[in-house]
Design a protein around this ligand. Structure first.
Ligand code: SF4
Ligand code: SF4
Length: 376
């Protein structure tokens, strides 16, 4: 296992972090998963108040494992609120559940909208409660997680109030590359959310994706894409049981530059996408926004790129079905809301027939609505 400095927190985190979202429903499952993760060198455990009994079980598990407090770095997350007094309650509860005197890192859970950012920057904010707790030694570092747009994330980082950021950035979603750059310049730790699942459901790759990536497994190849990037500190690994740790961690020591073969395989993915999509390829420039109907055109067409170009249909359906069902966690209306008003058309440098492509994506990917895992 390799370790990297988590930006200005000064902490050294394993390049893989154990996210407890999927093993928070049973203490025994968490015990087995955390025990193995620690044995394999993971030293960062990440959770949220919103993830079931994750804090309660982790407190018990660490006691049972007799894990010295300083050997493990704990991050939890609190949803932003306009009632700052709630944060004091959250903090007291989290410290009690986790059975610790201090929490290493607390993140505001989901700075996803301008309203969230405004909540944090006003005088008596929930963030202020965290800052006081930091002064009192109850927490060590403050950061934020986000599913927001680049401009919101940029503005949040530029407040200078945070030491780390948890965000979405993957080979198949590189929109936030300038954000990773900014975080690096401002010395923030960078935690990548769910590269295996949100990054493409890469533990169950399509036959076509496997063929294009050969001789590499698509999951390991995209982990390597992230591990080779020194701006990034750690990747979340949402194992639900100990058996799910072995395969991802087979690359935990491989944090060097991409090899010629790996770079060639990544290049093949891009070439295949462009060749298969041909004149329907969406270049992800985002110039088509805003849409008066609130449609997230680039994200729908990114999913269409992957579904059509690499047969990543299950992933595209999984993400598409979250539109209109996950609020600010996944913004935008579905493609069937397009009125063909034509506003976006002159802004698209690829001259795409956006209304037709949205209709096509809807037909391919719509189905029963999906919600976020921890809201199920
Ligand atoms: S044509 Fe459709 S996608 Fe484009 S701006 Fe109008 S409603 Fe939005
Ligand atoms: S402007 Fe065109 S190419 Fe750019 S993101 Fe929108 S649809 Fe894709």
């Amino acid at each position: 296992m390799k370790y990297r400095r988590f930006g200005k927190t000064g902490l050294y985190l394993s390049v893989f972090s154990l996210g407890l979202m999927r093993c928070c429903y049973s203490e025994e499952q968490m015990y087995a998963t955390v025990a193995k993760a620690l044995a394999l060198g993971i030293n960062h455990l990440e959770m949220a108040r919103a993830y079931g009994d994750s804090e309660l079980y982790l407190g018990r598990v660490l006691k049972r494992l007799q894990c010295p407090r300083e050997k493990v770095i704990i991050t939890t997350k609190f949803i932003p609120t306009d009632k700052p007094q709630l944060y004091q309650q959250y903090l007291d509860e989290s410290l009690k559940r986790l059975q610790v005197d201090y929490i290493d890192c607390v993140a505001i859970h989901g700075v996803n909208t301008w309203q969230h950012l405004q909540l944090l920057t006003r005088e008596n904010s929930c963030l202020r409660v965290l800052q006081k707790a930091k002064e009192a030694g109850k927490i060590r570092h403050i950061g934020f997680s986000t599913h927001g747009t680049s401009d919101i994330i940029k503005a949040t980082i530029e407040t200078g109030l945070f030491e780390f950021v948890n965000l979405h950035y993957y080979f198949f979603f590189q929109r936030h590359n300038p954000i990773v750059d900014l975080a690096d310049k401002m010395d923030l730790g960078v935690f990548i959310i769910s590269p295996a699942d949100k990054g493409g459901r890469l533990y169950q790759p399509s036959a076509k994706l496997q063929q294009v990536c050969h001789p590499f497994h698509p999951l390991l190849l995209t982990y390597r894409f992230l591990l080779a990037d020194k701006r990034i500190t750690t990747l979340s690994l949402g194992a639900s049981n100990p058996g799910e740790l072995d395969f991802p961690l087979s690359v935990a020591d491989e944090d060097g530059q991409l090899t010629v073969e790996e770079s060639a395989a990544l290049e093949r993915i891009t070439t295949t996408l462009k060749q298969t999509l041909a004149t329907d390829y969406c270049a992800q420039c985002y110039q088509c926004l805003p849409c008066p109907e609130g449609i997230n055109i680039p994200e729908i067409l990114r999913l269409r790129n992957l579904g059509v170009g690499l047969d990543m249909t299950e992933y595209a359906q999984y993400r598409y079905q979250m539109f209109e069902n996950a609020g600010h966690w996944f913004w935008g209306k579905k493609g069937d809301k397009c009125t063909s008003c034509g506003d976006c058309l002159p802004r698209c440098p690829c001259h795409l027939n956006i209304p037709e492509l949205l209709k096509d994506a809807h037909a391919r990917f719509n189905g029963s609505p999906r919600r976020r895992l921890w809201e199920d």
